[in-house]
Design a protein around this ligand. Structure first.
Ligand SMILES: [Zn+2]
Length: 220
């Protein structure tokens, strides 16, 4: 019974084009439709992943499902920098050895991971959760810019390093923040040379990020 089911699953998996013509169990369709909602996953890949899951031991499958169910329930945003965490403050903000007079402004969690991997930065972060993009209806009020301004105004921050992407949206966001912080007693710098125009921090290599941080320049 089990062997024949595995055979069937493999047969279907290996004959996807023919499988499209056959009516699949509803639950398989449901799982495939969920995968199709992920970026870069088309119908064919979604079915392949669903069939792959069918071959996994039941216990592993249940753990997989449980992790998905708990993903949002067991994560939150750091109350200081809006980085991803499972407690009130993220591991960076709660690390007493970090320099809390430096705040590096980034667009996403992934940028924090990339900069941390470069090992060159010992200050804190501020995660905006996007960039200003009028074409996508994202204005400054949709981002965590107001909390950055409050954070700077509450004192203790000596330098704000604008490390948004070097895309059009990233540059516009950096400029907006620079203007919003006008009049505050803080040095504002922009991540430096080495980052070609249009590059996303998330995908920059560690050496480039290290250089970019070292060569940051004051924004006039
Ligand atoms: Zn934090």
């Amino acid at each position: 019974m089990v062997a024949s089911r595995v055979y069937l699953v493999e047969w279907v998996g290996d004959n996807l084009s023919r499988a499209f013509a056959m009516k699949l169990p509803k639950i398989v369709e449901d799982v495939a439709s969920s995968f199709e909602k992920l970026p870069g996953i088309g119908r064919r890949s979604a079915l392949r992943l669903a069939f792959y899951l069918l071959r996994m031991p039941q216990r592993d499958l249940e753990m997989f499902g449980m992790s998905l169910t708990n993903l949002k329930k067991q994560t939150k945003l750091c109350t200081i920098c809006h980085n991803l965490t499972d407690s009130d403050q993220c591991t960076v903000c709660s690390d007493q050895s970090r320099d809390n007079s430096l705040v590096c402004v980034v667009e996403s969690f992934q940028d924090v991971i990339a900069l941390e991997k470069s090992g060159s930065y010992k200050g804190l972060y501020h995660v905006l959760h996007g960039s200003i993009s009028p074409l996508n209806n994202v204005g400054p009020e949709e981002l965590f810019i107001d909390t950055l301004i409050k954070r700077v105004k509450s004192g203790g921050v000596k330098e704000v390093i604008l490390s948004t992407n070097t895309s059009l949206e990233g540059e516009a966001t950096a400029l907006y923040i620079k203007q919003a912080l006008d009049g505050c007693d803080v040095i504002i710098t922009r991540i430096g040379r080495g980052l070609p125009t249009g590059v996303e921090i998330e995908y920059a290599d560690e050496v480039t990020l290290h250089q970019a941080l070292l060569t940051r320049r004051a924004v006039s």
